[in-house]
Design a protein. Structure first.
Length: 161
């Protein structure tokens, strides 16, 4: 599904940086439940739980220490962006590669992958025998973290990386 090209974590074009920044804003909003511009440890835990991850208090403190550069107990958008960029270099695929793959699934270009779009691409690639409807349903449910019946780009990134 996603090509295994090696990643380049060097400086990118301004267009790509603008797209990346918008993606980071959307992700930050997902974590910042009360929209106060900061991510607390409690918000981090809640967001991770929504993604099916249940870190221990020690793991949460570690993640917070990685993101909270000034050690004031919260993660700002700038700190979040720095952390995301560092993690991008460690992840399996670059955001650019993932964006290209996401757009392949998002046939109507609405910014989401609906179940019918996922099924369509599986059929288009003649993968139906490997991915019966039950498997597609399960993959879709696991990727659709917020349960809104569609997969956002951020949900896609979490599912693939």
């Amino acid at each position: 599904m996603v090509s295994g090209k090696s990643k380049n974590c060097s400086p990118r074009s301004n267009d790509f940086l603008a797209t990346e920044l918008e993606d980071f804003r959307k992700a930050f909003k997902f974590f910042d439940a009360n929209n106060d511009g900061f991510i607390t440890q409690e918000e981090l835990e809640s967001a991770m739980n929504k993604c099916g991850q249940y870190p221990s208090k020690l793991e949460l403190r570690f993640i917070m220490s990685q993101g909270d550069r000034d050690q004031n107990g919260v993660i700002t958008f700038d700190e979040f962006t720095a952390l995301m960029r560092e993690n991008e270099c460690r992840n399996k695929y670059s955001r650019h590669q993932l964006r290209e793959q996401f757009q392949m699934f998002d046939k109507d270009n609405d910014g989401y992958i609906e179940r019918s779009e996922m099924t369509g691409i599986v059929r288009e690639l003649s993968l139906g025998r490997y991915f019966p409807n039950q498997v597609i349903d399960q993959l879709f449910r696991e990727a659709d973290v917020d349960g809104d019946g569609r997969i956002s780009f951020e949900e896609f990134v979490m599912a693939v990386n």
